[in-house]
Design a protein around this ligand. Structure first.
Ligand code: 5GP
Ligand code: ZN
Length: 115
């Protein structure tokens, strides 16, 4: 999508600090980190939110959860102490960028419930 910030980051048009990349997925540091480690994981294909995923995305979604998130968490040294994965969805969910992304937050204790 031409006017999507995260599509532009995925294509390299907007720079980002990458921590992981493969054919399907990019992960980069959040511009305004909310924890010592705050990574955004995005599919390279444009999907607005979790609600926009289709049957053909089943392998992509599994890849993100089974392969990518655990690998990044281990690389950043978060596996032992723990971390949080958040996907804000829609207005009341707090989603501000309309390209599906998974926040990986770690390096401090997290509060519950979230604000
Ligand atoms: P949301 O509020 O949609 O769940 O999360 C969007 C996230 O994207 C926010 O944490 C925000 O700081 C981050 N963000 C917005 N624009 C950019 C950008 O251009 N580069 C990076 N690295 N992060 C961004
Ligand atoms: Zn996009």
């Amino acid at each position: 999508m031409t006017d999507c910030i995260f599509c532009k980051i995925a294509s390299g048009e907007i720079p980002s600090t990458k921590v992981y990349e493969d054919d399907l997925v990019l992960a980069f540091r959040d511009l305004e980190p909310q924890a010592p480690e705050h990574i955004l994981i995005i599919p390279k294909v444009h999907r607005k939110s979790l609600l926009d995923l289709r049957a053909e995305d089943r392998n992509l979604a599994a890849h993100i959860y089974v392969d990518v998130i655990p690998a990044i968490a281990k690389d950043l040294g978060l596996a032992e102490k723990g971390f949080r994965v958040v996907t804000n969805t829609g207005a009341e969910g707090g989603q501000t960028v309309g390209h599906l992304h998974f926040h990986l937050l770690g390096g401090r204790s997290m509060a519950w419930p979230p604000g």
